[in-house]
Design a protein around this ligand. Sequence first.
Ligand code: PMP
Length: 385
Amino acid sequence: MSPESGSLAVRAVRGSAIRDLLAVTERPGVISLAGGLPAPELLPAERITRAAALALHDPSVLQYGVTAGAAALREVVHARESAKLGRDAGAVLVTHGSQQALSLLAQALLDPGDLVLVEDPGYIGALQAFDTVRARVRGVPMDAGGMRVDELRPILQRERVAIVHTVSNFHNPGGATLTDERRRELAGLAEEFGFWIVEDDPYGELRFAGPAVAPVAAHSDRVIRLSSASKTLAPALRVGWMHGDPAALALVERLKQGADLCGSSLTHAVAAQLLADTEWLDAHVDGIRAVYAERALTLHSALAETFGERLRLSTPDGGMFLWCEFTDGSDTAAALRRAVHAGVAYVPGAAFAVQRNLDGALRVCFTTSSPQELRTAVHRLSSVL
Ligand code: PMP
């Protein structure tokens, strides 16, 4: 068994052990920082109701649609993504959430044994997609500036890399955003060595501090960029998208046809309306940013005040998560059961480990608890960690 297939099996076992642990976090009275859901009170139910009612005036929204996604939705996504890139966004394919984009891209671009590089800690959904096609997955460490792109060249000189996957903004779980300099460097490496970059960016719009950084896709045609309506509109729409190289997307489109024929014409029509209603959308997303900013800053300062030098924290400037690393050898998986008894839950860092030892780390989500609950949660954490 190769070391990589070994790591795949280890990841599966570790994943199920952590799922067992997290099952107990559902208990009443437990403040869960373990989830990764948008705040339910900010889901725009009333606006979606109006959009769905209007869409239903056209009976074709109850019919099968084209595999690539409703034309109106692809158009508005193309316009929005082109504006972010400052150039043409290429072909657009609508997927069943960006998770389906990851899964289809893994099938389209990888053969068993192909090498994929991901950030370490890694996004679990991407690890699952790459594991499923039996790719070899290797982690690249992160710091406050995102993936350590300076570590890539020696790997690329030794071996053929098929894909570099990066969560470029407000990483899940790492919290960090890839710096502009590293984005350009990564894009340059993709051109030089001929690998694909999968830029997985569901959180970029949830920035509440600091200036936005241009997507990696602004710098190279070797980037397939993914995003989603899940974090700004609603996960239940199951509307995600990918854009970029037309030939690669044509291959993915054929695979999608085999997977599900097409997405939901109804939710595509709803999403197209909401994304095109820029006055409403801007105000709505501003509202999310304001609420998340307050929660993130509350959680960050409570953790910093409580744990001081013992805990290294990511910067709270967007997204949904803070990443925390104990510097004193605390074991967060071992402490989880006690934490749940004390009334607080989080995800231990080991759940996200690719190769690194992340036993001293944890991911906390700030979106679904009030500032008061977040302060209480940190107080409870301090009794067990
Ligand atoms: N990529 C990342 C980095 C994520 O955190 C998530 C959601 N947890 C997804 C993709 C998938 O989101 P969705 O399928 O809802 O678009």
